[in-house]
Design a protein around this ligand. Sequence first.
Ligand SMILES: *Cc1c(COP(=O)(O)O)cnc(C)c1O
Length: 427
Amino acid sequence: MKSSNFSVNNGHLIINGLDTVELARKYGSPLYIICEDTIRERFREFRSAFSGVKSDIYYAMKANGNLAILKILGSEGAGVDVFSAGELYMALLTGINREKILFNGNSKTDRELKFAISSGVTVSVDSIDELNSLSKLAAELDARASLAFRVNPDISPETHPKISTGIRTSKFGIPHDDVLKVYGMAKELDNIDIKGIHCHIGSQILKLDVFGEAMVKMMDLVELIRDEYDLELEFLDIGGGLGIPYHEDDPAPTPEDLADVILPIFKDKSAKTGISPRLILEPGRYIVADSGVLLCRVNTVKRAHKTFVGTDAGFNLLARPMIYNAYHRILVANRMDQPPAETYTIVGPICESGDILGEDRNLPRIEKGDLLAILDTGAYGFSMSSQYNQRPRCAEVLVSGGHDELIREEEAVGDLIAGQTIPDRLL
Ligand SMILES: *Cc1c(COP(=O)(O)O)cnc(C)c1O
């Protein structure tokens, strides 16, 4: 979160003018807090960085799919990158312009493809099988299907292997060498409208030169496709992936920096060849990560091999540390005026040894009942949450202009059993 949205009063962490200790009292804990101003600011940074060319920003809603967030971004003019029928349903529900929705995914069902075709959204096709299904289903529906191909550009960003998506061995995309061929195949299908080309090289990328590499490869493909098939692609979608500084000393590249890397290549190639597709970017994390804070309450402080601080949130609510070994800064929200006093390992309540939110952190002296704030949790936080160990998910609160509004109720135990039935013979 922009430091301007954080302050301290009475030793309490204040977000957007609101006291986190009060918010936790009012809504309970754990609690996700989302700051609307931060989301708008981040989106506007992206939009203005690319305003010099025909461009659109499609928010990758898997980062955080709350309806209120979709509404906020829709009002800023965002399109949306969706990855499932459920995400498409929610994007349409919130009134996102269907011309600005791209349906992604490497393994879509026929049902999902039909939904995409009948909604009139463009599908990012990931395989030849999918191309054939799309054409067949469009024929059945007596409709036309719009597509782009997801390209695997064979690029290795320096990021966690589990979020590197454009290397040769990744499951995503059409292999670079087959791209020309699949456009040729699509061109032969008479119910298919070829709209664009797409790639997404990975996530949490802080060294931006790989985006330049991707842009070179993608613009070369756009040119090749035009020359080979006399086909002008309407858009080039270069994906998302811009990282954020989870560590205080991480580099903090901005959308402006990203534009400085890719726009000269884009413009130069356009000028030389006369191709000028609309440029699409699909940021997820950058738009919402630092808008979010997860508040959690300390249940126990245990002095053992290490000093463990047990909280009421674990990897059921924030999976990134467990899945990616991710680092999130942690603050003691009710002791902001106190100096670091001890080294703590912050753990959740889940029955797994890996349920660690932060290791060996120097923090003010912590006691049972204290409130912790885990920062930069707006992206891939709630959206990756689960009910593991039969824990209902927590509430989400939107803060804006000094006001707080509930945007998702805390789940109840009833939600844990929803949809389950016990066969009669077991009753
Ligand atoms: C996840 C994803 C994004 C967003 O990635 P971030 O790193 O959150 O910006 C964009 N496009 C596609 C296809 C994705 O799968």
